[in-house]
Design a protein around this ligand. Structure first.
Ligand SMILES: Nc1ncnc2c1ncn2[C@@H]1O[C@H](COP(=O)(O)OP(=O)(O)OP(=O)(O)O)[C@@H](O)[C@H]1O
Length: 242
């Protein structure tokens, strides 16, 4: 099977700072792939390169076997950035309507799709509330709903559950697993250990390098530790959740 995304010997520098070094990675269709690493290890940079928002300094990135092209890429991906890009004065519905109009969704289809994604993130009762009245966690969930609105087959989620309590986080993860069952591919960055364990495979980033890319079980077994956190500690790193 061809990978959805392939990073081939990718390095990225900002001026003299080498953020990623010789990263090679395949993301397979239908998997939930987690990028895990300490703050500043390059997770966001890597996601941005996968969707063409940053260019590699060296190496290549391909999407479904071809070089990245906005025209083919953007209709099939959903991206949730680390900071919410919401219109605070508008209601949740108006924010969603605006995005749906950019994707050219028909009015009849829009209403149903808006309700479906708001249900998934447990915000349906707040559809007509202005966004400035939302809590931080509600804004994250609305951003996630926006990323899902055009039914993309590949989702890039940069710390989607920051500020979301554990109960709701579990519900959102149940939603991710439903999307996966539907055949979607999900690439997600996280600092949270219980989320890491819910991924099919993990890429562990440390000092700009992928130190491991495998299932959580296989990674723990190869380091002889009982938690992913301990893989970093054993590798001379720091705790991830502080
Ligand atoms: N546009 C940029 N210009 C200069 N430096 C940048 C730029 N984007 C990222 N960096 C630097 O690259 C490094 C990696 O940043 P990145 O945001 O990818 O890390 P991260 O692992 O996602 O961190 P966090 O978990 O804190 O979000 C950081 O030192 C950051 O300051």
């Amino acid at each position: 099977m061809n990978p959805i995304i392939r990073l081939n010997d990718v390095s990225k520098s900002f001026k003299t700072q080498h953020v990623l070094k010789n990263v090679s990675l395949d993301i397979e269709p239908g998997e939930i792939y987690g990028l895990l690493g300490p703050s500043g290890s390059g997770k966001t940079t890597m996601i941005k390169m996968m969707i063409g928002l940053e260019l590699p300094s060296e190496g290549t990135v391909t999407f479904k076997g071809s070089e990245l092209k906005a025209r083919t890429l953007y209709p099939s991906i959903g991206y949730m950035a680390q900071s919410d890009a919401l219109y605070e004065e508008l209601t949740a519905r108006e924010n969603l309507e605006f995005t749906a109009s950019l994707y050219g969704q028909k009015k009849a289809q829009r209403k149903q799709q808006i309700e479906k994604v708001m249900e998934l993130v447990d915000l349906l009762p707040h559809l007509d509330k202005p966004v400035h009245q939302f809590s931080g966690g509600m804004k994250r969930r609305l951003s996630l709903a926006i990323a899902l609105l055009h039914d993309p087959d590949v989702l890039f989620l940069d710390e989607p559950t920051v500020g979301i309590d554990p109960v709701l986080r579990k519900e959102i993860w149940d939603g991710f697993h439903k999307l996966k069952k539907d055949g979607r591919t999900i690439i997600i960055t996280t600092h949270v250990m219980d989320e890491a364990e819910r991924c099919d495979r993990l890429g562990l980033l440390q000092h700009g390098e992928i130190i491991s890319s495998d299932t959580p079980q296989a990674i723990k077994a190869s380091y002889g530790v009982d938690s992913i956190e301990n893989v970093f500690l054993k590798n001379g790193g720091v705790s991830l959740e502080n």
